[in-house]
Design a protein around this ligand. Sequence first.
Ligand SMILES: Cc1cc2nc3c(=O)[nH]c(=O)nc-3n(C[C@H](O)[C@H](O)[C@H](O)COP(=O)(O)OP(=O)(O)OC[C@H]3O[C@@H](n4cnc5c(N)ncnc54)[C@H](O)[C@@H]3O)c2cc1C
Length: 330
Amino acid sequence: MGKGIWVFAEQAEGKVRKVTFEMLSAARKIADAKGEQLCAVCLGKDIAGLADSFAPYGADMVYMVTHDLLAQYTTDGYAKALCDLITKEQPSVILFGATVLGRDLSAKVAARVGAGLASDCVDIKLDGSGNITIRRPMYAGKVYADVIFPNASIIAASMRPNVLVPGAPDASRKAEVVTVTPELSATDIRVKVKEVVKTAAGKVDLTEAERIVSGGRGMKAAENFKMLEELAEVIGATVGASRAAVDAGWRPQSDQVGQTGKVVSPNLYIACGISGSIQHYAGMGTSKVIVAINKDSEAPIFSKCDYGVVDDLFKVVPVFTAELKKMMAE
Ligand SMILES: Cc1cc2nc3c(=O)[nH]c(=O)nc-3n(C[C@H](O)[C@H](O)[C@H](O)COP(=O)(O)OP(=O)(O)OC[C@H]3O[C@@H](n4cnc5c(N)ncnc54)[C@H](O)[C@@H]3O)c2cc1C
């Protein structure tokens, strides 16, 4: 048996993020091939109810790391609790979701434990020699690099949500559950969370959304996004935006998709009034199906999309929404 492949099981308000199951399914194949144990590591407070969530996706062992000071995510608190456990148990691999939290935590943890880190990765597998190879986009998605870690004692990577395919859960699988109480004190945490401001209730986070309707400068005004909200409502999508729309103050920064915004990989990405700059594409280029609505037939988005409509979005979107509504009702 090796030292173990770990998946950081991110949860928020008692709900496990989907990327955790995606990573467990991918890591299961590697654990089998290398004869290693697969462990899920979940941090928080009052999370005991989640312990059985991970075995069906392949975990052999589950660490439930609980403490009052882990009730809210803080880089200091989570990093200390996780690093102490890594130092004690010495896993060979640790995977994080490339979520806002996972990107923050993975960098800190990797630096502290001396792990090699590949960020925002889209695939993980073994090469012909049995080395773990991790694929990540570079230069705003223009090329992919296959990264190996010849000298790292621990391999760390953050995996982009919605890219790895989760296997079907096997309810008969069971895992050993180990509860860990980390040594944490208030002085370990230099940041105090005063308030958590929630976005609209029920809205699926952009990074995990299966469908996204995004608007750009072509939307012309904040109030016109209502049209996209309506379309999103009909197809169960989350609304995103280009940086131009965010810079104009039409949408919050948390909605921005792209190089300096969120990286998304939905099954369906509908770009409305977005030209398709390389910086925008860096954030949505791995979407499975891309639909563009743009009145300029020369817009770069048309060389990157699967389906394109060359027309005024103010004409197209309401008709599209109405037709979809009818289809859904049928
Ligand atoms: C370092 C750096 C980082 C960046 N990071 C990001 C990022 O994270 N995300 C991002 O999005 N951008 C980013 N940008 C900005 C990027 O370069 C572009 O400026 C931006 O993506 C353009 O947004 P847009 O497509 O909405 O606007 P535009 O490029 O102005 O395109 C608007 C489009 O709307 C179309 N249009 C107008 N009216 C209509 C209509 N009525 N019907 C249909 N179509 C219409 C036009 O034909 C046009 O193609 C970054 C830039 C830099 C330098």
